[in-house]
Design a protein around this ligand. Structure first.
Ligand code: 0A1
Ligand code: ZN
Length: 869
């Protein structure tokens, strides 16, 4: 059982006190850190004069003293219970000084103040500040922070916090100090400090109004050559936010620090972002193109938070998507502008449809604005982030770009400096457009992925075409019955040549459970292209024939839907193969897909990046999400067969295209070159399924010739996952020796091995855990080995002996004491037991029960496990 209570949105109460200023002093010593906080506090207007002041403090924080207006606090005036410290009988305005002792070196949870490889760093979102000192640790309490850091000068030459440095000096005994002040009031979750021996990369950005901002990125000296791309991304993001949203940066300095130990991707602390090294370091030799793009988007995401999150923040944690959904939408649009809109959309939708849809169909399903939680860390989810971004995108689609921009301008102007709700965001959109968005708000309050059924009829005599749209939404834990959503459905009608019938591209607004839309003067039966650009996060059902899908894959006027048509065709074929496997029938290849794939391979009009995507089969994860009952073996074998069969049927074309995409030119991170490498790697992947020594040689030559990680890693993966076991071992070894001193590259090396679908993966994973480069305290290493094995190696993880499940439960129980956030995240695969056969269900449930029997389970793991059994 967990000690932590359930928190409900409906119980929200405004704080009774506000903290005007927060002065913090940190004495960083090897064994412990002393924190002195000096708060100027006022009772909120209208609050009860008897109201207690509630401060939060984690059990690991030792309270040394409390002083109110210069007097030690009397024993009867305060009470500490659980995480709450309540102060009674308070004046309307007072000063509180609080001294605490904490132990960063023992902090393995990586929340609050901790040491990452000798560097002090903080992570305060969502509720980490209470692990530093006693404070109203809630986002609607905003204060002006001044922070003084004191530490040994030689070990910690760099001392950073939010805002601007205002004073510094030296002390006896080789110590020094720096004081920082952040003029913008902020909630405690945006507080940050860093102390360490770091190197920096500097640049400047001049804002639209002509202010010169100093930009600094800090990392360990050995990584100094990997910071240029993040810096360039930051400058592009700053400019984009001025141009697209009219948002200018508001301090004289913007800092990013890279740390190796970090629970998530990065954190938007005011003026002092802290990043997982994986999301900031980039160099062609060590970083793949995909990772470069991730760096760009995460740097932009954290920068965009300066307005959508920091200047305007969340009233409470139920409103998390207010900042996250909106900021993800902003970073998605930024990346689309930097690269290709269609490619970006395909990536976003693929992720949403595999992982978010699965979450929305599982026991942890929750609305974009949840109603309750035990541990807020469990709600940094794909639903809050990615579905939240889809909700903002729908507002953009419904209002159009101009009104949407007016809406965000109004939102920022109206709420600057405030802590607000998703209702406030939608209200700004309603006010600028004059539209009633009350029904639209159901996207925030109802969980589950809606189904959209479309049927049509054509009346040749009247030349009328009708589309009948019907929506429904399955039950989820918070509600069995769902009310209809306000859904933008973007469509076009195509004639039999594939041309757009003039005037038919439009956004249909579905608001009822069922609605008919009529199109007049349609001269012949059209073919509808539905849900263009994936205009709403739903599951579409329309009875296309295979031939129609093949046609749309060539002619659809929407790039996303062209890709989608090819995918749906492949999905159908794969589903037939899965059924064949289950029925014990031999596999056979249908001609239709070969024709479609062949014409894509030959089509010189398609840009290489799109071609690579079009030729990639739906993932095992997506096929699993679509399955009624997931059969990991059947899915794996069917997909493997189809890949191999397509490789064989089109062997010469794959090889020709690989050759055409091969180039002697030196690495460049340009859009064209990224596309070329992507297509080249796709071709190599197909060829390597053929178990042909000639292609092994080709892969090895690609590995050896590569001057960049994108091509080297793809070659390694193709060989490592092939049946050439000696070559696989040799190449993995060579790669290890080449890159053993690059921690992020080693994560890839671990991940490639953990995801190898060949039998015996669990034993290999056990060996990886013993490897000297493995570190069970580092979240990136845990994700690379345990996360990858359990989520990207389904045939092995779901082996019927149940050992994969037992392995995961062992790791969760171990990790829960060390880092509950990571333990809870890794648990996800076990929570999906309902989607499997009876035998696997039983095995998975048994492991969940075993976890729940642990006496001192964290709230994090308890919440997920107990909601899942
Ligand atoms: N706000 C960050 C994500 C984040 C959340 C929690 C963290 O620690 C528990 C760390 C980062 C973002 O959206 O980037
Ligand atoms: Zn964010």
């Amino acid at each position: 059982m967990s000690q932590k209570p359930v928190i409900y949105l409906k119980d929200y109460q405004a704080p009774a006190y506000q903290i005007l200023t927060t002065d913090l002093r940190f004495e960083l010593n090897t064994e412990e850190t002393l924190v002195t906080s000096h708060l100027r506090i006022v009772r909120a207007e209208g609050a009860d004069t008897q109201a207690p002041l509630q401060l939060h403090g984690h059990e690991s924080v030792e309270l040394i003293s409390l002083t109110l207006d210069g007097q030690p606090l009397a024993a009867q005036q305060w009470q500490r219970e659980g995480e709450l410290l309540s102060l009674q009988a308070l004046p309307a305005e007072f000063e509180l000084i609080c001294v605490t002792r904490i132990h960063p070196a023992q902090n393995t949870a990586l929340e609050g103040l901790y040491l990452s490889d000798g560097i002090y760093a903080t992570q305060c979102e969502a509720e980490g500040f209470r692990r530093i000192t006693f404070f109203p640790d809630r986002p609607d309490v905003m204060s002006v922070f001044t922070t003084t850091l004191i530490a040994d000068q030689s070990q910690y030459p760099i001392l950073l916090s939010n805002g601007n440095p205002i004073a510094q000096g030296e002390l006896e005994g080789g110590r020094h100090w720096v004081t920082w002040q952040d003029p913008h009031p902020k909630p405690a979750y945006l507080f940050a400090l860093v102390a360490g021996n770091l190197s920096k990369f500097e640049d400047h950005f001049t804002t639209v109004s002509g202010r010169k901002v100093l930009l600094q990125i800090y990392a360990e000296a050995k990584d100094l050559d990997k910071l240029a791309y993040a810096m360039d991304s930051l400058k592009r993001a700053m400019q984009w936010d001025e141009e697209v949203y009219g948002r200018e940066y508001d301090l004289d300095i913007y800092m990013i620090v890279a740390v190796d130990f970090f629970n998530m991707g990065a954190m938007e602390n005011k003026g002092l972002n802290i990043f997982n090294t994986a999301c900031v370091l980039a160099h062609p030799r060590t970083t793949t193109d995909a990772a470069f793009q991730r760096v760009e988007s995460v740097v932009a995401h954290e920068y965009f938070h300066n307005w959508s999150g920091n200047r305007v923040t969340c009233r409470d944690w139920f409103q998390l998507s207010l900042k996250e959904g909106f900021t993800v939408f902003r970073d998605q649009c930024f990346s689309a502008d930097m690269h290709s809109e269609t490619l970006k959309r395909v990536e976003e939708v693929s992720m949403l449809r595999t992982a978010q849809f699965a979450e929305d169909a599982g026991p942890m399903a929750h609305p974009v604005r949840p109603e309750s939680f035990i541990e807020i860390s469990n709600f940094y989810t794909l639903t809050v982030y990615e579905k939240g971004a889809e909700v903002v995108r729908m507002l953009h689609t419904l209002l159009g770009p101009e009104l949407f921009r007016q809406g965000t301008d109004l939102y920022f102007a109206r709420h600057d400096g405030q802590a607000v709700t998703t209702d406030d965001f939608v209200q700004a959109m309603a006010d600028v457009s004059g539209r009633d968005l009350s029904q639209f708000k159901r996207w925030y309050s109802q969980a589950g992925t809606p189904r959209l059924q479309v049927r049509d009829e054509y009346d040749a005599a009247q030349q009328i075409y009708r589309l009948r749209l019907k929506q429904s939404c399955p039950a989820t834990p918070e509600a069995a019955e769902k009310l209809p959503f306000h859904m933008p459905v973007k469509i076009s009608l195509l004639d039999d040549e594939g041309a757009l019938i003039p005037g038919t591209q439009q956004v249909l607004e579905l608001t009822a459970a069922e609605q008919v839309f009529e199109f007049t003067q349609i001269q012949a039966q059209p073919l509808p292209s539905l849900l263009q650009g994936f205009s709403a996060p739903v599951k579409l059902d329309y009875p296309y024939t295979d031939a129609q899908l093949a046609f749309l894959s060539k002619h659809d006027n929407d790039g996303f839907n062209r890709w989608e048509a090819g995918q749906q065709l492949a999905v159908r074929l794969l589903q037939r193969l899965i059924a064949d496997y289950q029925a014990g029938k031999p596999f056979s290849l249908e001609a239709r897909l070969v024709e479609v794939w062949s014409s894509i391979l030959e089509d010189e009009q398609i840009d290489p990046a799109m071609k690579s995507l079009l030729l990639t089969l739906p993932s095992e994860a997506y096929l699993s999400e679509l399955a009624e009952v997931i059969d990991p073996d059947a899915i794996h074998q069917a997909r493997r067969f189809l890949r191999q069969a397509l490789a064989q049927a089109l062997e010469a074309q794959w090889l020709n295209l690989w050759t055409a995409m091969d180039s002697e030119a030196a690495y460049q991170p340009t859009r064209e070159e990224i596309a070329r490498r992507s297509l080249k790697n796709t071709c190599l992947g197909y060829l390597m399924t053929l178990d042909n020594a000639a292609y092994l040689a080709l892969a090895e030559s690609q590995f050896n010739a590569a001057d960049n990680m994108t091509e080297q890693q793809a070659a390694l993966m193709a060989v490592a996952h092939s049946n050439f076991s000696d070559s696989a071992a040799a190449l993995l070894d060579e790669f290890f020796h080449q890159w053993q001193h690059e921690s992020l590259v080693m994560n890839q090396w671990l991940g490639i091995q953990a995801s190898d679908p060949k039998p015996g993966a669990l034993a290999r994973v056990e060996l990886l855990r013993q490897h000297p480069i493995y570190d069970a305290r580092n979240p990136n290493k845990l994700r690379a080995v345990i996360g990858t094995f359990c989520q990207q190696n389904p045939v092995n993880f779901h082996a019927l002996d149940g050992q994969g499940y037992a392995f995961l439960a062992d790791r969760i129980l171990e990790l829960d004491r060390q880092n509950p956030q990571i333990a809870s995240r890794l648990l996800t695969p076990l929570t999906r037991w309902r989607k499997y056969d009876a035998q696997r269900q039983q095995l998975m449930q048994a492991q969940l029960q075993r976890i729940l029997q642990e006496p001192n389970l964290s709230g994090d793991v308890y919440e997920v496990a107990s909601k899942s059994v």
